[in-house]
Design a protein around this ligand. Structure first.
Ligand code: GLN
Length: 331
């Protein structure tokens, strides 16, 4: 079978339906892996998610959709929001300024590790360069990136980010889940520690409260598999959204996002993910994964049971099965 997601043919026999049935089989198999993971526990409000859920939506760049599993659930983007916060920061400040503040290198450390600056002599310029957050996909880098988004208040910056997310998902109702936002703000001592350290060492110029407020709100943006798949399809389409003539995200930014998703999108599991799955992807601790096949498909997955590195166990398994079944790997 080809990798194209076909439309209904003239006889009325639905190839699309056949494809969906195959997807359901892959999903049922992947679902058995959810017991190897656990729902995230450091954000109290997320502990309520059902670890056995698994849902997937695939949207082709031609606008055809296929879904399987628990696609009705709504979940928060968590780290997936880092992709779009980075997009907006680059659109606001330009590539050079953003990457003066944050690196482009994969990190072998967990996503919530402190910046590597505690024991470095920061008065020496060569060490300062080493000490900046490794990349925008881990928390320290993302907090710095969020501080670069333009706007007078955290709320105004959030509104600008929401506008971008609504346009690329084609869903004007996307909003922040206030409970998840409040829950993380209260419980996430690690992110407070990271932000204060960045600020104390001069990597963060803005007020810590303001920046973290934006960061926690962006992490709590709520979406469905379908929303996520449409966001991913915009990236697969080089930044273009169906029905709009001009790209929403400039192509050169999509190129950088793609590279960073491949090298850093699954945190310190990105190398293995590239080898075993091989498409640009970004995960969040809610168990969501946004992935895409350049020029072809956008994928949105939810599977709340995550592994020790913060990636959905069943979701990753399902994505790997799709990639193998339909030959999506870039490598
Ligand atoms: N809000 C989460 C945090 O900062 C996002 C992390 C993630 O999804 N990996 O800890």
């Amino acid at each position: 079978m080809s990798t194209r997601i076909p439309t209904r043919n003239k006889t009325g026999f639905s190839e699309m339906e056949q494809l969906r049935q195959e997807m359901v089989k892959l999903l049922d198999e992947a679902k058995t892996h959810s017991k190897k993971g656990k729902v995230v526990d450091y954000i109290p409000e997320l502990k309520r998610m059902d670890p056995h859920l698994l849902g997937i939506t695939v949207v082709s760049t031609g606008g055809k959709e296929i879904t399987a599993g628990d696609v009705q659930v709504r979940f928060t983007l968590q780290s997936i929001s880092k992709v779009f916060a980075l997009t907006l920061a680059i659109m606001d400040r330009g590539m050079d300024e953003v990457f003066r503040h944050v690196g482009m290198e994969p990190s072998a450390e967990p996503f919530d590790s402190l910046p590597p600056s505690l024991f470095l002599p920061l008065d020496r310029p060569e060490f300062r360069e080493l000490a900046k957050p490794a990349n925008p996909m881990i928390n320290s880098g993302a907090i710095v990136v969020s501080s670069l988004i333009k706007g007078r208040t955290a709320q105004e910056k959030l509104e600008r980010l929401l506008r971008l997310v609504r346009v690329i998902s084609g869903n004007p109702t996307i909003r922040v889940n206030e409970h998840v936002y409040a829950s993380e703000k209260k419980a996430s001592e690690r992110n407070w520690a990271i932000a204060y350290l960045l600020r104390e060492q001069g990597f963060l110029k803005e007020n810590v409260e303001e920046v973290l407020d934006l960061y926690f709100m962006q992490c709590a943006i709520e979406a469905s598999c379908r929303d996520l798949a449409y966001m991913a399809t915009c990236l697969a389409n080089g930044g273009t959204v169906w029905g709009l003539s001009k790209p929403v995200i400039p192509r050169e930014i999509v190129r950088v996002l793609t590279a960073l998703m491949v090298t850093c999108g699954m945190y310190n599991a990105s190398g293995e993910f590239a080898a075993r799955v091989g498409i640009p992807a970004k995960s969040g601790v809610s168990g969501a994964i946004m992935a895409f096949v350049p020029g072809k498909y956008g994928v949105g997955i939810i599977g709340p049971a995550i592994d020790k590195k913060g990636n959905s166990v069943a979701g990753t398994h399902l994505l790997a099965s799709c990639v193998n079944r339909w030959g999506w790997s870039l490598f």
